[in-house]
Design a protein around this ligand. Sequence first.
Ligand SMILES: Nc1nc2c(ncn2[C@@H]2O[C@H](COP(=O)(O)OP(=O)(O)OP(=O)(O)O)[C@@H](O)[C@H]2O)c(=O)[nH]1
Ligand SMILES: [Mg+2]
Length: 219
Amino acid sequence: MKVKLQEDVLKNQNLAASFNRKTFNAHHLFVVNLMSSPGAGKTTLLEETVKALKQEYTIGVIEGDLATERDALRLRRLGVATVQINTVGGCHLDARMVAKTLPEFDLKEIDLLFIENIGNLVCPSSYDLGQGKKVVILSVPEGNDKIPKYPVMFKRTDMTVINKIDLLPYVDFSLVQAEADLATINSEARLMSVSAQTGEGMEEWLDWLREGVKSCKEQ
Ligand SMILES: Nc1nc2c(ncn2[C@@H]2O[C@H](COP(=O)(O)OP(=O)(O)OP(=O)(O)O)[C@@H](O)[C@H]2O)c(=O)[nH]1
Ligand SMILES: [Mg+2]
């Protein structure tokens, strides 16, 4: 289905978020807004997720970056419909940018749509894209202080994924501390630990996505 966008929707962030949400719900589409610092592993996690789930689901990806098409190319190489947004300096995606990409997708065919946000732990947390779930990735080389230092991001997300746990023996990061800090800030948020590189912990992540797709299909 091609989505017709009204001009006032494209002018207003909140209208666009509500438009996106209605569109996603109408298509029973599970949409994940993926956020993190630069380099925490968003695209790597997406690549591994696509490899694991592409036989089960039709997946789409919206890639957000300040510049270049590099992340979109990484996903397209795996055969996934991917649209790149370049914000040309903007530090976050907003719902209008996402709305403009929707006509590029065959939404009635897609089960699972990922939106990879711009890499930073501040601005993306304040913008509703109309997604189903917000996920933040924290990678262990970033250090244990990031949850208390960037509380808004961790407070407003449904799931925190600790990535690069293969590096735990080499860096000063405690999973127990991360769990305690998250519980203080957001007692509702889920936490899981993965290595997108080795595959450790990926089954729990994939099962969480499967649950999300299933519950959207049932709505
Ligand atoms: N050791 C290790 N390296 C990882 C893991 N996941 C990703 N990386 C590496 O981390 C670097 C950054 O990964 P990306 O997936 O590009 O990170 P990103 O969050 O998409 O980065 P931006 O889009 O620039 O914000 C790459 O060199 C990856 O190979 C992991 O689980 N373990
Ligand atoms: Mg990326």
